[in-house]
Design a protein around this ligand. Structure first.
Ligand SMILES: C[S@@+](CC[C@H](N)C(=O)[O-])C[C@H]1O[C@@H](n2cnc3c(N)ncnc32)[C@H](O)[C@@H]1O
Length: 250
């Protein structure tokens, strides 16, 4: 399974930066930066740094930005945005305890062991340190049946996913891990499904199945997601959840 996450991102890496609207959305990236409370003295860890699009916002504005990721082909594009690059699974990272002011992660937790990753983030952060985690989730208004559609679409697009996140999953897990001052910030991103499914690592069969899911979704699902169909494309207002939390001061 580990190999398949890696293979999946090796295949996605050439087209990654063009694979969704959210990937390069400046407002989204700035929101994560602002919530992190970064300043020129901050030491920052970017978990699942990928091609460095989040790291780029921190680079030059903070004391140190470190990226961790498993995939060489993704991070090749991030090297100029990082002071230090670590090729490792976040679950096994060997950084010291209490060593970073800030830990951010956008769209990485769905591929990792969630409990272990949050434990590592907690361990690595200094007391009083801030984490900001931004991920695609279901809407709070979605019923259990709606979530099945959302998560089926995600599974068809990313068969190597380990986790399917409701809007409050990460918040609850952060509470369990000992974090305090937890805030949830929704962020809506309008995605063209033709663009979203052409990320370079998806079968034709799965593309067709995703399009079918949208056409067959009940009308209340289409209302929540503001589904629009025109120009031979489908548009979905997808729900991102940005969670901010602090490691308590002792
Ligand atoms: C969807 S990309 C997100 C990249 C970047 N954070 C962004 O917002 O554009 C997910 C990244 O997570 C990395 N990844 C997956 N599982 C990981 C793990 N267990 N530890 C570290 N990185 C992982 C992948 O290699 C990939 O680069």
């Amino acid at each position: 399974m580990e190999n398949s996450v890696l293979t999946y991102f090796i295949n996605r890496s050439p087209k990654y930066n063009a694979s969704s609207a959210w990937v390069t959305d400046k407002m989204f990236i700035q929101k994560i930066y602002q919530l992190s409370e970064a300043n020129e003295n901050s030491t920052v860890l970017d978990v699942a740094t990928g091609t460095g699009l989040i790291a780029k916002q921190f680079h030059g504005n903070v004391k140190k930005i470190v990226g961790v990721d498993i995939c060489e082909s993704m991070v090749q594009q991030a090297k100029d945005q990082l002071d230090t690059l670590i090729i490792s699974k976040i679950e096994n990272i060997s950084l010291p305890d209490n060593s970073f002011d800030i830990c951010v992660c956008r769209q990485g937790l769905q591929f990792a062991e969630l409990d272990e990753t949050l434990k590592q983030i907690y361990r690595i952060l200094k007391p009083g340190g801030v984490t900001v985690l931004a991920h695609l989730t279901s809407y709070p208004e979605e019923t259990e049946e709606d979530k099945k559609i959302t998560f089926k679409i995600q599974a068809l697009r990313e068969p190597v996913r380990k986790n399917y996140l409701s809007y409050d999953t990460i918040q609850k897990m952060l509470q369990t891990a000992g974090f305090k001052d937890i805030e949830i910030h929704p962020y809506i991103t309008k995605e063209s499904i033709n663009r979203w499914i052409n990320h370079g690592a998806i079968s034709e069969e799965n593309k067709t199945a995703i399009i079918q899911c949208y056409h067959m979704a009940p009308s209340h699902y289409k209302e929540i997601h503001h589904i629009e169909i025109f120009d031979n494309d489908i548009f979905d207002d997808m729900h991102m959840t940005i969670v901010k939390a602090k490691k308590p001061q002792y």
